[in-house]
Ligand binder design. Structure first.
Ligand code: SPD
Length: 285
């Protein structure tokens, strides 16, 4: 069973017969919110660690990989993004990355669980440093309902920074949700969602892509990146265009970006879209 034992936090991935562990100096906190159990640990080498319902969400040391890849590729692919909705993302790491883009005028973050943000403010203050940016609105509500009720053609970019598809995040991985997102996007709009490990979650990745296509998205692009604290250490996000094709990204703008990133750059963006052969085989229609 996943959990804290003998100064190690270990997450067991039973379906793939594997596990990942981090050495812990102390348990910092545990809260049972109305939605989920949230734990915080201080680790020996990875800074603080957030675990939700026994699944590792982020560490201080390596969250930049995930948060940058969920933000910058989609924002440099959209022709002119002005307003962004983040579904989930309560630790505010994705929000911080999005707000680095000076052309973004408005970001609304909808996480169902306020407790995640309150604990991130305490244990990951660096991720919450832009929460008071006047362009940002933090709401604590049901992201599925929010998207269902969103005004048609009102959003440029939707970022789904969710947990795995169990618990409160489950309804963020199906055709009905993607259909709401597609309707809420403006022409040229793009959805991006974390889409799990290519090595051990291929059926889920395929099901997500199929559901996005069934919901009417015109084109998909799955990007790969490393993420040590998630199962297999290799992760993906999938972009879905409301219309048109993926024909590249605003490379010159990305190269001239006025802000710092630890992982993302033009070469990484290009490389992230290269698929290994096993993915080409598994995901061909
Ligand atoms: N297996 C865990 C996947 C969790 C992905 N979301 C993490 C949220 C970080 N903002």
């Amino acid at each position: 069973m996943s959990g804290f034992n003998n100064n190690w936090y270990t997450e067991i991935f039973a379906a793939s017969g594997s596990a990942f562990g981090l050495q812990v100096t102390k348990k910092l906190d545990e809260v049972q919110s109305p939605f989920q159990k949230i734990e915080m640990y201080e680790t020996t080498h990875f800074g603080n660690l957030m675990v939700i319902d026994d699944v590792i969400m982020l560490s201080s040391r390596d969250n930049f990989l995930y948060h940058e890849m969920l933000s910058h590729p989609v924002l440099f692919t959209h022709a002119k993004p002005k307003n962004v909705v983040i579904i989930g993302g309560g630790d505010c790491g994705t929000l911080r990355e999005v707000l680095k883009h000076p052309n973004i005028e408005q970001v609304t973050q909808i996480d169902i669980d306020e407790q995640v943000t309150r604990m991130a403010e305490k244990y990951f203050p660096e991720l919450c440093q832009s929460n008071n940016d006047p362009r940002a609105t933090l709401a604590f509500a049901d992201g599925i309902k929010f998207m269902r009720e969103a005004a048609p053609e009102s959003i440029d970019v939707i970022i789904v920074d969710s947990t795995d598809p169990i618990g409160p995040g489950e309804g963020l991985f199906n055709c009905a949700f993607y259909d709401s997102c597609r309707k809420a996007l403006r022409q040229g709009g793009i959805l991006v969602q974390q889409s799990e490990s290519p090595l051990i979650h291929m059926p889920l990745l395929k099901a997500m892509r199929d559901a996005m296509q069934d919901a009417g998205f015109a084109a998909l692009q799955t990007l790969l990146f490393p993420q040590m604290v998630y199962p297999s250490g290799w992760w993906t996000c999938t972009l879905a265009r409301k219309d048109g094709e993926f024909t590249g990204f605003r490379e010159a703008d990305a190269a001239a970006a006025s802000f710092n990133t630890h992982y993302y750059n033009v070469d990484i963006h290009k490389a992230a879209s290269a698929w290994p052969n096993f993915m080409k085989v598994a995901l061909q229609k």
